[in-house]
Design a protein around this ligand. Structure first.
Ligand SMILES: [Zn+2]
Length: 306
């Protein structure tokens, strides 16, 4: 753009210079000499030529200055327009990019494997939890026990992947039974000699099918079967919630409590020593907190395996 303007001026500059020169006084050769003698004419001609050169130089300077001003003016306008353009383009690119990110997020969300999105552990998470649990068990200084557990369900309780992941996380927590020397591996096959214990998520109405000693209201343990009542799994108990516990914590409590029976512990073998203190995990906290605080982890005094 600027170069086109420069070319335009350069082609028209000579004519402009001539016009300005004429305006400043004209070319001496164009002036009539009036038929004077040669010497005088020569002297006058020399003087006139010098004046002409000065005038032409002034004209040149004027045209050059005017041209420079016009070029600078037009350049700044053009640059202004160009500067505006990229800004607009950046805004457009930014908007397009945001849109792509938004669409990408939707695609990622759709592509994410749903089993891992809702509380189901990945293999990597399992490995990390197990490494930590084994370290805690080793440091406990107690006899090490490596249990293999299976999971199962009875009745209409839906998918049990989240149930199994919660079992794995809870049993291998560094706050839980690993402090008594126990770790728990998931044996994929259900039943048979591979399972030291089977954790079963059972519909409430099916609880009594395991033993007459089980009730539809709570969970229970029968031999190697640890049966978790699906109603309690879903909503905890009123007493527990009223005391400030949550359903999530209740799930850990019921797993640790019922597996505690499998490890040789009895109901209410201990209670909190001070009012408002943490309830032992083997206390029947589902029934009553007896003035203790909700607690889903075994106390120091409970860290033993029969
Ligand atoms: Zn119990």
């Amino acid at each position: 753009m600027v170069s086109r303007i420069a070319t335009y001026f350069s082609t028209r500059m000579p004519a402009a210079i001539s016009r300005i020169t004429v305006a400043l006084g004209g070319h001496p050769e164009a002036a009539p000499d009036g038929g004077r003698p040669d010497a005088a004419r020569k002297s006058r001609s020399k003087e006139s030529h010098r004046v002409y050169v000065i005038r032409r130089s002034v004209a040149l300077l004027l045209v050059a200055a005017a041209t420079a001003m016009v070029i600078v003016l037009i350049s700044s306008v053009v640059n202004g327009l160009q500067a505006q353009d990229p800004a607009t383009r950046i805004q457009e690119r930014s908007a397009a990019s945001s849109e792509r990110i938004r669409q990408g997020a939707v695609i990622l969300k759709q592509a994410a494997p749903s089993p891992h999105a809702e509380g189901v552990l990945s293999e990597g998470q399992r490995s990390a939890i197990m490494v930590k649990a084994q370290e805690v068990a080793r440091r406990s200084g107690k006899t090490l026990h490596g249990y293999h557990y299976c999971v199962s369900s009875t009745g209409d309780v839906g998918d049990i992947k989240v149930f199994e992941s919660t079992v794995f996380k809870t049993l291998n927590s560094s706050l839980g039974w690993p402090r008594a020397g126990a770790t728990f591996s998931y044996a994929a096959s259900s039943g048979g000699s591979a399972c030291d214990m089977t954790l079963i998520l059972a519909q409430a109405s099916a609880m009594k099918s395991f033993s007459d000693g089980c009730s539809e209201e709570y969970s229970c343990r029968v031999g190697n079967d640890v049966i978790i009542n699906a109603d309690r799994w879903t909503s905890g108990t009123p007493d527990w919630l009223k005391a400030g516990g949550s359903v999530e914590r209740y799930r850990r409590l019921v797993i640790n409590h019922e597996v505690g029976h499998r490890l040789g512990h009895l109901d209410n073998e201990a209670s909190c020593t001070v009012a408002g203190g943490a309830a032992p995990v083997m206390q029947q906290q589902s029934v009553s907190l007896r003035g203790c605080s909700p607690n889903e982890w075994p106390l120091d005094s409970e860290l033993w395996i029969a």
